[in-house]
Design a binder for this molecule. Structure first.
Ligand code: ADP
Ligand code: ASP
Ligand code: MG
Length: 423
């Protein structure tokens, strides 16, 4: 007997019928004698619809009201899941963020979980009741509802698992694990039986939306055993791990030490809708980068890749960086305003939306030279032009034209020997 937190994503709870299918996985775990808490997302498409409505009501809406509207999707599925579980003979009760409570900061729309009081959940476990908790939302110090940012239910689930000291947190989704690349891009993607927290963190930050970044950070910090598996697997099938032993079918996200065979490259990721912004002929002096990126940080704009050229005559330089397309207009406006305020001098701003960032990730890169070079070669062989490059200990990323994005992913996937030969 153990304690398990299970989370169902949007596609897994898209209809009442699917909620029933998901509930059978909960029933299997309860029947096996486990204490189970459930975290649910909104039905797929619901959150997009709610966000659309708020934007339609007003582009410049109050973030507190955005949260009031957008958090409602999860309330529906939590209630429905509790109803369905009860009908299956499993006593169950739904909880919204404030009822647990899941305490967050007051950054509406992108709140961070500060604390989860486990008392109420422990009480339900003791009574043999399965609590079903709304993902994606919490409560601010002001008492108002907050949301955690898109994909946030993963983070809710891991945070609940940490708070109740669960033995496992199972993320049920529409794929049966974490793959070497998005299986929608290539059928040759291979499921990984294990992936390290570090690699998963990089993959999530670089575009693999199978897990929200913060959920991985939190699992790593609190040592939560995290698995990714499919809701659409037969709930009554024997529970066999990919290595053939009894366990969770799917992918385990774990410490690097648990992984015997370390791949040089374990995954390839793609992030689309990246804007490239260049400031030309920036007057080069100490503090200029701090002024430029300070102006963006003041607007809470997250900058990703940054390149600064060496100035030929020591007086001016070009600085290029990327931001998500959604932040492009805000970023350009902030730069112009800071320039006009005399914070730095430049000749002109050039920008383009719609770039694609393709990355290769692997802990084995730490000890292997030449991964970046081989990546550039593989792309050159397909005549794909590289616009920007960034590297870190376990990843190399390039910005390329979106037209070649999927070709690049497939080429790199093959180049690093990741293709599933049976596909
Ligand atoms: P949920 O609604 O269950 O949270 P998401 O849509 O957020 O599901 O995440 C699952 C999706 O992530 C998959 O359908 C898949 O297309 C995508 N994905 C991207 N990269 C990967 C990867 N490396 N492995 C598995 N899935 C991936
Ligand atoms: N429903 C929210 C979203 O679509 C949270 C989640 O599904 O994780 O972003
Ligand atoms: Mg998700």
């Amino acid at each position: 007997m153990g304690r398990i937190v299970v989370k169902f994503g949007g596609t897994s709870v898209a209809t009442v019928e699917r909620i029933r299918q998901a509930a059978l996985h909960v029933k299997r775990e309860v029947d096996a004698g486990n204490e189970v808490a459930v975290v649910v997302s909104a039905m797929s498409g619901k959150t997009n619809e709610l966000v659309g409505w708020v934007n339609e009501a007003s582009k410049l809406h109050d973030a507190r009201e955005y949260d009031a509207v957008v958090a409602s999707g999860e309330q529906v599925t939590a209630g429905l899941m509790a109803v369905v579980l009860s009908e299956l003979g499993i006593p169950s009760r739904s909880f919204q963020g404030w009822q647990v409570p899941i305490k967050t900061d007051d950054a509406h729309g992108a709140a961070r979980i500060v604390e989860i009081d486990p008392t109420e959940l422990e009480k339900r476990f003791a009574e043999g009741v399965v609590p079903v908790i709304t993902g994606f939302q919490g409560v601010a110090p002001s008492g108002r509802v907050t949301t955690l940012g898109r994909g946030g239910s993963d983070t809710s689930a891991v945070a609940v698992a940490a708070a109740v000291k669960a033995d496992r947190c199972d993320i049920y989704t529409d794929v049966d694990g974490v793959y070497t690349t998005d299986p929608r891009i290539t059928p040759k993607a291979k499921r990984l039986s294990k992936i390290s927290f570090e690699e998963m963190l990089e993959m999530a930050s670089l575009g693999a939306k199978v897990l929200m970044i913060r959920s991985v950070e939190m699992a790593m910090a609190h040592k939560v055993r995290l698995t990714v598996r499919s809701t659409f697997d037969d709930p009554n099938a024997p529970q066999i791990a990919p290595d053939g032993t009894p366990g969770v079918p799917g992918t385990i996200v774990c410490d690097e030490d648990e992984i015997m065979e370390k791949q040089i490259v374990s995954g390839v990721t793609l992030a689309r809708a990246e804007s490239k912004i260049t400031l030309r002929d920036v007057k080069d002096r100490p503090g200029v980068a701090a002024s430029i990126f300070g102006a963006l940080a003041d607007e809470s704009i997250v900058v990703d890749m940054i390149v600064q050229n060496v100035s030929e005559d020591g007086s001016t330089t070009d600085i290029t960086f990327t931001v998500p397309d959604a932040e492009h207009d805000k970023a350009v406006k902030a730069l112009r305003a800071a320039g006009e305020a005399g914070k730095f001098e430049y000749a002109k701003i050039q920008s383009a939306k719609g770039g694609a960032k393709v990355s290769v990730v692997g802990v084995g890169m730490r000890n292997h030279a030449g991964v970046a070079a081989s990546m550039f070669k593989a792309l050159a062989d397909k005549s794909i032009n590289i616009q920007l490059i960034t590297t870190s200990e376990i990843k190399t990323s390039v910005l390329i034209d979106d037209e070649y994005a999927e070709l690049a992913v497939r080429a790199l996937h093959t180049y690093y020997g990741l293709d599933n030969q049976d596909a």
